[in-house]
Design a protein around this ligand. Structure first.
Ligand code: ADE
Length: 246
C-alpha cells in the first residue's frame, strides 16, 4: 500500500509513522509513505500557497495551481484514489478503512487555512473524508489517522494473533476488558474466569463483556453489529438487567 500525502508540512509525516506498528510495516516494505511538499510546486519567488478569498471575508484560501501541480507530479498506480481531508467529508470509520485497504495507493490532500480553492475539488478530488465532527488546524492529523487505520489492515502488518483481534472489532462491538499480571493490584482482582483455564467459558465471558460495554457506551453500534442468535439472547438479558437497575 502506497500513501502519497500532499501537504505544506511534510516533516509531520516523518516521525509518527516511524514508530511501532507503522514503523515495522515501513521497514518491511508493506507500506510506503511519500510526503509531497505543496510549496515545491508554487510558481512565484515567494513560494505562496495561499491567497485572499474572492468575494472578501476572513481567512485565506489555498491556491489551486500548487496543489494541482503537486498532484500531477505523483505517479498513479492502477487502483488508487485521491482523497481530500476535510470536516465536510464522509465520516471515516472501520468499514471505510477496510474499503480503502483494498486499494494500491491513496493520495491524501491536506488542506490548511479556511480551505482549498473549489476548483481543486472539481478537477481532482475523488473522495472527501472527515475523521470526526470537530475542526483541526489542517488535514495532516486526519491523514495520519487514515494512514494508521488503513495500514493495520494491510496483510502482514499485524501478526496473526492481533489481526484476529482486529477482526473482533470488525464485528462492530467494543472490546472486552483486558488484564495482565499481577493478579491483584491495589485491591482490585482479575476476574476469576480469566484464571480458570476454561477457554470456552473465557470466550463466553469476553463476548458478554463486549456486548455489555457496547450496550452501555455505544448502543448505536448494535444496529450494525454482526450478532449471533446467542448474542441476541444475551443482549435481551443485559437490557432487562439494565432496566431493573434503574
Ligand atoms: N481538517 C480539519 N478538520 C478535519 C477533520 N475533522 N477531518 C478531516 N480533515 C480535517
Amino acid at each position: 500500500m502506497r500513501f502519497d500525502v500532499l501537504t505544506i508540512f511534510p516533516a509531520l509525516f516523518s516521525h509518527y509513522p516511524r514508530e511501532g506498528v507503522l514503523g515495522n510495516a515501513l521497514e518491511k516494505g508493506l507500506i510506503e509513505i511519500h510526503a509531497v511538499n505543496i510549496r515545491d510546486f508554487t510558481l512565484d519567488p515567494h513560494r505562496t500557497t495561499d491567497d485572499r478569498p474572492y468575494g472578501g471575508g476572513e481567512g485565506m484560501v489555498m491556491k489551486p495551481e500548487p496543489i494541482i501541480n503537486a498532484l500531477e507530479s505523483v505517479e498513479r498506480l492502477e487502483r488508487s484514489t485521491v482523497v481530500l481531508l476535510t470536516p465536510q467529508g464522509e465520516r471515516f470509520d472501520q468499514a471505510m478503512a477496510r474499503e480503502l485497504a483494498g486499494l494500491e495507493q491513496i493520495i491524501l490532500v491536506c488542506g490548511r487555512y479556511e480551505g482549498i480553492d473549489e476548483r481543486v475539488r472539481a478537477l481532482c478530488i475523488e473522495r472527501e473524508i472527515s475523521i470526526g465532527d470537530y475542526v483541526l488546524s489542517g488535514g495532516e492529523l486526519a491523514a495520519l489517522v487514515v494512514i494508521d487505520a488503513v495500514s493495520r489492515l494491510v496483510p502482514g502488518v499485524l501478526g496473526g494473533e492481533r489481526s484476529t483481534e482486529e477482526e473482533s472489532f470488525s464485528d462492530g462491538l467494543l472490546e472486552y476488558p483486558h488484564y495482565t499480571r499481577p493478579r491483584e493490584f491495589r485491591g482490585l482482582r482479575v476476574p476469576e474466569v480469566l484464571l480458570s483455564g476454561d477457554h470456552a467459558r473465557i470466550r463466553r465471558w469476553r463476548r458478554a463483556e463486549s456486548l455489555k460495554r457496547t450496550l452501555k457506551r455505544r448502543p448505536d453500534l448494535l444496529e450494525k453489529a454482526d450478532l449471533s442468535p446467542e448474542d441476541k439472547v444475551l443482549l435481551e438479558q443485559l437490557r432487562d438487567q439494565m432496566q431493573e437497575s434503574t
